[in-house]
Design a protein around this ligand. Structure first.
Ligand code: NDP
Length: 517
């Protein structure tokens, strides 16, 4: 029998009020393998109300950070216990190769929950401010309220963890809407939060269409903050919708990251690294190194080796352990990749390898595309400027470090970038000049929940991970206590009502009323 996954609202697994469902499609086969309840506007309202109540009157925001941390550690333990099932579901639903799902995704979910548990346990909710005679001043970090999270399909369970863990660690409640193309592991993770003892209504999961459930969630006046990962285009819409009640918004959007290969790069290592940078998860990664700038003096040798090894990558079904590159998520995404490859050819670029769909024996309906490398690319071509989100690399030659930096920075995006070089000092100088939120030197995709991750330019607003990511889920309150207050006869404000000549002279250190804005 086909497995069915329900919404999680206010601690109850439930079907949609309309009874609607959608099929979960396995991109390795193109076949449905499960059904999922499809949230409509009514369900969003129920979920938001449950999160609102849990925030306004429930125990979660009022708990000590150390207590909340215990629950987050318990979620991490449950994820570990359920690692096999979760990895298999992610492989089937999102098309992650089982190697990636087991080795990367689940480990990352565990470490994300542990990292934010540790941050909550620090209980750094109060912070002194610079001394000022006459008053005491300090900061308090407080949860924001109900957080609406909207996540993409490409790293479904990781994205769910990236949003849920910091939000709840900081004392907020969450309603998460995963992408319909890969929604199942988000619902499963939300259920594990409940199983770990996190109170009802703190974590709610509502798979449903972006145009319906997504819009209702972001537009809800009961939601205080939105956290979104996805395309820059939808990010713009999220900003518009958030403006209704001035929601705080963090946005992690698209990228067109540049990998710079300097002439002193260790060839074998850099070729492997560049391939990993772009073909990891069939290129459906916001931080993929999709533009490669190689120094002209080593370009022929480097590109020849790159093409040879790209040809050797095994494209195959996600559940097959020997697959290096799995399917893309959908037939629509396959069409997009195909359209861009044809556009690249029209623009005058040369396909050096790949450039076509491929059929995997026994999985004829799967959405497979061969790892593709374009040579003879100009950085102004659309294939070098637009996010394709498939296994497609654009290679360009540069004269020196200056030209590499100038071209790398010529992009509307600024998510990530990387430098391959045998000289760390030289690579760091290049890294410092790149206008991106992350730069990897002799590595790629090294995202760690302890370190901030976010984009410059149209790649986003705000950060995920680390203390910076944690603080995106906390309000900052300044508390001011006038130490002399009760001993004075009248509030100093009264002095302002006197004619200037009759006002007492201010002492050298006393602070005056500051009407500010
Ligand atoms: P989207 O940006 O459309 O989707 C991301 C999430 O936003 C999904 O949950 C989606 O819902 C939801 N959504 C869509 N429209 C709205 C809306 N109006 N209001 C609220 N939520 C909405 O990405 P796609 O899946 O369509 O992919 C398109 C392109 O976006 C890709 O080719 C790629 O270039 C880029 N992308 C970038 C990602 C990144 O990590 N930076 C991740 C995914 C895509 P649903 O899909 O369920 O309808």
């Amino acid at each position: 029998m086909t497995e069915h996954f329900q919404l999680l609202i206010g601690g109850q697994s439930t079907d949609a009020a309309s009874g609607k469902t959608f099929d979960a499609i396995d991109p390795s086969t193109g076949e449905p393998f499960a059904t999922v309840a499809e949230a409509g506007v009514d369900d969003v309202e129920r979920a938001v109300q449950a999160a609102r109540t849990a925030f306004d009157v429930g125990p979660w925001p009022r708990m000590k950070g150390r207590e909340r941390a215990k629950y987050l550690f318990a979620v991490a333990d449950l994820v570990k216990q359920n690692a096999g099932r979760l990895a298999e579901l992610e492989a089937r639903d999102a098309g992650h190769t089982i190697r990636l799902a087991k080795g990367g995704d689940i480990g990352m979910v565990i470490s994300t929950f542990r990292t934010f548990a540790e941050l909550a346990a620090r209980e750094d909710d109060e912070e002194p401010l610079p001394r000022n005679p006459g008053s005491a001043n300090w900061l308090r970090y407080e949860p924001i309220g109900v957080c609406g999270a909207i996540t993409p399909w490409n790293f479904a369970i990781q994205m769910a963890a990236w949003k849920m863990a910091p939000a709840i660690a900081a004392g907020n409640t969450v309603v998460i809407k995963p992408a319909v193309q890969a929604a199942i592991t988000t619902v499963e993770l939300a259920r594990l939060c409940l199983e770990a003892g996190i109170p009802e209504g703190v974590v709610n999961a509502i798979p449903g269409a972006g145009s319906v459930a997504g819009e209702a969630l972001v537009g809800s006046p009961l939601v205080d903050k939105v956290a979104f990962t996805g395309s820059t285009e939808v990010g713009r819409r999220i900003m518009q919708l958030s403006s209704g009640n001035i929601k705080k918004a963090t946005l992690e959007l698209g990228g067109k990251s540049a990998a710079i290969v300097l002439d002193d790069a260790p060839l074998d290592y850099a070729v492997d690294g560049a391939l990993w940078g772009v073909f990891f998860h069939a290129g459906q990664v916001c931080s993929a190194g999709t533009r490669l700038f190689v120094q002209r003096s080593i370009a022929d040798e480097f590109v020849a080796e790159l093409v040879k090894r790209a040809e050797e990558l095994k494209v195959g079904p996600a559940l097959e352990p020997s697959s290096d590159v799995g399917p893309v998520i959908s037939d629509t995404q396959l069409d997009t990749v195909e359209r861009y490859v044809s556009l690249g050819k029209d623009e005058g670029a040369d396909v050096l390898v790949g450039g076509e769909r491929t059929v995997v024996e026994g999985h004829d309906g799967g959405y497979y595309y061969r790892p593709t490398i374009f040579g003879n690319v100009d950085n102004d071509m659309r294939i070098a400027q637009e996010e394709i989100f498939g296994p497609v690399l654009a290679v360009m030659q540069v004269e020196d470090d200056d030209e590499a930096v100038a071209l790398a920075n010529r992009s509307i995006y600024g998510l990530a970038g990387g430098v391959w070089s045998g000289d760390t000092g030289r690579a760091v100088k290049v890294a410092e000049r790149l206008r991106t939120g992350t730069v990897w030197i002799n590595d790629w995709h090294m995202i760690n929940p302890k370190y901030p991750f976010g984009g410059y330019k149209q790649s986003g607003i705000g950060h995920e991970h680390g203390v910076h990511g944690f603080n995106e889920y906390r309000e900052i309150k300044h508390i001011h206590v006038d130490l002399g207050g009760p001993s004075r006869k009248r509030h100093p404000w009264w002095e302002l009502t006197l004619p200037r000549s009759e006002r007492p002279a201010p002492g050298p250190d006393t602070e005056g009323p500051n009407p500010g804005s």
